[in-house]
Design a protein around this ligand. Sequence first.
Ligand code: NAD
Length: 389
Amino acid sequence: MSPDSSLLTVGVPKETSAQERRVAVVPADVRSLKKAGFEVLVEPNAGFGAGFPDAHYVQQGARIAADRAELAAAEIIVHVRAAAADPQQPFAVGERLRENQILIALCDPLSDPRPIAALAERRVTTFALELLPRITRAQSMDVLSSMATVAGYKAVLLAAEESPRMFPMMMTAAGTLTPAKVFVVGAGVAGLQAIATARRLGAIVYAYDVRPAAREQIQSVGGKPVDFGLESAEGQGGYARAMDADFYQRQQAAMAKVVAESDVVITTAAVPGKRAPLLISNDMLSGMSPGSVVVDLAAERGGNCEATRPGETIDFHGITVLGPVNLPATVAHHASQMFSRNVTAFLGLLKKSLPQLDTQDEIVRDTLVTRDGQVVNAQIRERLATPVS
Ligand code: NAD
């Protein structure tokens, strides 16, 4: 508890996973949090991996705890990854929390709801940031968009690193080099950032999305939309909806030629709450030239590419297929900066709603997943009632 009893303490732990270099709050946001009525208590070295030493937090008015155990005094704990969002150790964060503590984190509650049930049992109040409604008022809190921006950028760098080609056109005394052809499948937040990044490197970028609205957005970042003559698969809230096997077969057939002609394919297609659609079959891969590269950003959600192995880079008859996981952690400084800004905005809203949580507010209601020993989100309760496959 903070010395001034009207202030709430926000605890900033070091992330529990060894590969996770991000931190949930960066020094630059400590002052805003204090202005909003929070004290900030930081576990030693919490920001070190992202390039934020303890001294910078202290300069901005945060306190460094003696150790992790001291964070038990904080009313609120903000993590980057907790529950199923940290698949290697989904129960680790919960085991360190105490009754009535508030947890704010990415929790991936729909892929595995069991860690959420464990948080409820411990009587922790949990907010899962994936469940933020995509409304204008919540844009400043939209962690998924921030992390997708980072992932889209980094995917292009991984592809450029693996590719035996340079991306820009070059006219040199040793002849003219043609620009790389990049095809981006799925033009949501990550896809649009991938298009913009590949364009900055000088590639020619084609892109496709099942939502007709994406066409204009692709053009606005310098990409060339490809039209396969398929029907729209736009669903609720501007997201794609799941289609039947026949649609995906027709999509694969239509895309095969563009895939074969591309030096790099970056796939980002996702349907909320579902396995990622399978869009690039092994047959389609076989049509690509040796040395081509596929980066499958949907690897963690089942993959858009049949050959993808999450967390691995494989050689498929001369085609390199990358299935990166947790890419934002590899750009930890800026990913933390964005996450922290989002979470600071969320805490600002939450402060107005405490101590009684105002579940009339759509943002509070949608993100709240456990409270008073119960899982309070209907979709998660439903998932808990069905066995995890
Ligand atoms: P996402 O991660 O759920 O999916 C990525 C993309 O894959 C989407 O554009 C989707 O249409 C596409 N896709 C799905 N199936 C496909 C298929 N078979 N073939 C090709 N593409 C396929 O999406 P996202 O990046 O989170 O964004 C989804 C939408 O939400 C976009 O319209 C985005 O602009 C919008 N958005 C709105 C806000 C807001 O606050 N208003 C914030 C972020 C995103």
